[in-house]
Ligand binder design. Structure first.
Ligand code: HEC
Ligand code: HEC
Ligand code: HEC
Ligand code: HEC
Ligand code: HEC
Ligand code: HEC
Ligand code: HEC
Ligand code: HEC
Ligand code: HEC
Length: 490
């Protein structure tokens, strides 16, 4: 049997390692919007039980582990709960390392000095060392994982979290924020309570997730529905709205999803590339159009260089009253962000997405998903009322500035918002007419697909011609100097 002391260190292990798990999620589900802390306390009993059973069944504690003499010597001083040190910023650093928890951890065969190689035996413990803060100390220890976990260190080094740390962010996770090095258990042992360290920092998103179609499926039905890392990766986490990583992960599980949508959604691939999955699958979310500054030469989103903040400076200058960028301001920004050189051109790429991170995690079951073409393809459609301009910040996360929504209606913008004219909601009447055809066509399946394709080919050509004419007219009406179409002209 476990003694009380065992139990309390077990609970410590559980909470230190991750502080969250499916059990917590269950309690979030059960308790609605109670804070995670509260729910954590309430389900302590369950945690004790589950962990006790898990550990008992794997016999972790009954193994006898020989610690090296050196490690034992360190523990002689450090296995004392009262041991603390006051840091420069006033925080208390607990110097307690539990021999019991350490012996039960995955690092039981790792010596203290493998990680703490800078300890000077002669002066250690006698001469006080200056430590600014707990964070600072953990940051200094970060490299100690490299010797033995090169692969994870490399993956993590590529992540948005690591990039934030390089930019001086104090809140992004270090290895030791997710893995308490003295008590770390195998991810396999912990698996049954599927602890996710992500929840501690992304609490609001976790709560939303816990009540969406995947969270419910995973907790209530115990299915293999995804948790954070399945969609975002564990170590190599990238900014969510950049690239296609998250979408690719959806499709890697929902292998038939393109086919399933094709049955009713024409041009599925284009819809998928212009609309984020939650924009249709989180039906109560607010949607917005994200105009991404995109370099058509490098095929990458324009990004800001570290230490040279341009975006906020330029957008604020172009939008002094903070009412959103108007069309003229947008054009001049396009020009400013264009690299010098002829083959590089900055364009805008439209993308329909939900307007907050929380909403991206409110996916509901398929019967509630947006199917009505009118939601988007009608004049004044809701998703087109909110518009934002983004570039990639130095850490990879998007930087944003508001745009006036009538910019979308402007014919002149079309050249740049290529691939994002939305039938009905823009002023392109020809396309409106076409929508009717498409909708009718969609009812008489397979022929419809053929004719729709052909129609679109003709349409595009017509549109190009129409645009060229409008363009010429607009140019004569002294369009702003910065119009991109001038760039390639002599
Ligand atoms: C796998 C690497 C690793 C091993 C093995 C290790 N430590 Fe640590 N230790 C760290 C890291 C990383 C930190 C700082 C981060 C943290 O704890 O949040 C740390 C912090 C500490 C601290 C400061 C207080 C604290 O918890 O932050 C003490 C004291 C300490 N370790 C003692 C020991 C002793 C004693 C041993 C051997 C029984 C040991 N460590 C084994 C990596 C390790
Ligand atoms: C004689 C008792 C004693 C022994 C043995 C001892 N420590 Fe400490 N340790 C201390 C004291 C006291 C402090 C606080 C020092 C201070 O105030 O800066 C400390 C602080 C630490 C810290 C916090 C950071 C720092 O350097 O102040 C770490 C990490 C640490 N010890 C690791 C170890 C490791 C690893 C060993 C074994 C190689 C070890 N200790 C052996 C007494 C001891
Ligand atoms: C001296 C080598 C060494 C160092 C340094 C080291 N580890 Fe480990 N680590 C190990 C060994 C050995 C295991 C046992 C797991 C195994 O067999 O792969 C392990 C296991 C782990 C596991 C559990 C893996 C699993 O199976 O779930 C995590 C997490 C981990 N280490 C994180 C860290 C972190 C974080 C650091 C830096 C603070 C660190 N390690 C530093 C040797 C090391
Ligand atoms: C944001 C939280 C987070 C950070 C930061 C993090 N890890 Fe992990 N790590 C996890 C989780 C969760 C798992 C277990 C599930 C998985 O592998 O996806 C894990 C698994 C591991 C494993 C075991 C993997 C295996 O397949 O055996 C090792 C080793 C490891 N991490 C080392 C590190 C090191 C070293 C760092 C720092 C460079 C680090 N981790 C940073 C969350 C994190
Ligand atoms: C089913 C896949 C999936 C799961 C599971 C998931 N996410 Fe997401 N996450 C997304 C999508 C999709 C987006 C929005 C991406 C976009 O804009 O295209 C997103 C966006 C985010 C963002 C960026 C929010 C912002 O402000 O832009 C964060 C942070 C995030 N997720 C964290 C988490 C955490 C933490 C968890 C676990 C509690 C989690 N995610 C679980 C798919 C997922
Ligand atoms: C120690 C705190 C901490 C932990 C643990 C943590 N994160 Fe983060 N993460 C942050 C902070 C701070 C940011 C930047 C602010 C923000 O976007 O919320 C961030 C940003 C992100 C972003 C980019 C947001 C964007 O704009 O696209 C994603 C995605 C993300 N985290 C996912 C995860 C996932 C998945 C996990 C678990 C494997 C995790 N985080 C664990 C602190 C953490
Ligand atoms: C234009 C809106 C829209 C977009 C964009 C969209 N979906 Fe759907 N999706 C739906 C609707 C509506 C249904 C329900 C169709 C039905 O039941 O006839 C659905 C059904 C599904 C289903 C259930 C399929 C089945 O038949 O069981 C999955 C899984 C799915 N979508 C995943 C995705 C993924 C992944 C993405 C992003 C790559 C995505 N969806 C993008 C509207 C959309
Ligand atoms: C790890 C695999 C995995 C990933 C990644 C994943 N899903 Fe799922 N998804 C599932 C499973 C399993 C279910 C079934 C849940 C259940 O049993 O009801 C599901 C259910 C759904 C449903 C409800 C389908 C229905 O029949 O009502 C939708 C919609 C959906 N997922 C969309 C997405 C989107 C969008 C993404 C990416 C942002 C995504 N999924 C990522 C595994 C995954
Ligand atoms: C959530 C919003 C949304 C919904 C719902 C939606 N669409 Fe679209 N649709 C778009 C967007 C955005 C584009 C522009 C895509 C692009 O050009 O990259 C588009 C483009 C199109 C195109 C033109 C494709 C091309 O090649 O230019 C057709 C045709 C179309 N949609 C038909 C439909 C039909 C029919 C439905 C209903 C079954 C529908 N859409 C539902 C947003 C939506």
């Amino acid at each position: 049997m476990f003694t009380r002391e065992d139990m309390s260190s077990l609970v410590n292990i559980a909470f230190k390692w991750n502080q969250r798990g499916d059990i917590l999620m269950k309690s979030v589900l059960a308790t609605g919007n109670m804070t995670l802390m509260d729910s954590g306390k309430r389900c302590l009993r369950v945690v004790i039980l589950a962990l006790g059973l898990t550990l008992a069944s794997t016999n972790v504690l009954s193994e006898t582990i020989e610690l090296s003499e050196e490690t034992q010597a360190c523990l002689d001083c450090h296995d004392k709960e009262s041991k603390q040190k006051k840091l420069d910023n006033g925080e208390q650093l607990s110097l307690h390392v539990s021999a019991k928890a350490f012996t039960a951890s995955m690092h039981k065969e790792t010596d203290c000095e493998d990680c703490h190689s800078d300890i000077d035996e002669k002066t250690h413990g006698k001469v006080a060392i200056d430590i600014t803060s707990r964070r600072d100390y953990a940051l200094g220890m970060q490299d100690s994982c490299l010797t033995c976990h090169k692969k994870k260190v490399t993956e993590y080094g590529d992540s948005v979290h690591a990039a934030m740390i390089k930019e001086g962010n104090q809140k992004a996770p270090l290895c030791s924020d997710c893995h308490q090095p003295h008590t770390v258990l195998s991810s396999k042992i912990v698996e049954p309570i599927a602890a996710t360290p992500c929840a501690r920092c992304h609490e609001d998103i976790f709560k939303a997730y816990a009540q969406d179609v995947h969270g419910i499926a995973r907790v209530a039905k115990g299915s293999s529905a995804p948790i954070c890392a399945d969609c975002h990766q564990t170590h190599n986490v990238k900014a969510a709205s950049m690239g296609t990583g998250v979408k690719d992960s959806c499709i890697s599980c929902h292998k038939d999803s393109v086919k399933q949508h094709q049955d009713w959604l024409p041009n599925t691939e284009r819809h998928f590339s212009a609309i984020s999955c939650p924009a249709c699958h989180a039906p109560n979310a607010q949607r917005r159009v994200n105009l991404r500054l995109y370099d058509s030469a490098t095929k990458l989103q324009v990004s800001e260089k570290s230490g040279v903040p341009q975006f906020d400076k330029r957008t604020n200058a172009a939008d002094a009253n903070n009412q959103g960028l108007n069309e003229r301001a947008l054009w001049s920004l396009l020009k400013e962000f264009s690299q010098s050189g002829d083959d590089s051109k900055t364009v805008l790429q439209g993308r329909l997405e939900v307007s907050s991170g929380v909403e991206a995690h409110q996916l509901s079951d398929k019967s509630k998903a947006i199917k009505d073409c009118d939601t988007c393809h009608k004049k004044g459609a809701e998703p087109f009322q909110s518009v934002t301009l983004t570039i990639a910040g130095p850490d990879g996360r998007p930087l944003r500035h508001g745009v006036q929504n009538d910019v979308l209606n402007s014919l002149m913008s079309i050249d740049s918002v290529r691939g994002f004219y939305v039938i009905g909601s823009t002023r392109i009447k020809l396309l409106d007419v076409l929508l009717v055809l498409v909708v009718l066509g969609a009812l008489t399946v397979p022929i419809a697909h053929m004719s729709v394709k052909r129609l679109f080919k003709n349409m595009r050509e017509k549109l190009e011609a129409e645009r060229a004419t409008t363009q010429a007219a607009a140019d004569e009406n002294n369009a702003p100097e910065s119009h991109p179409s001038h760039r390639s002209q002599p």
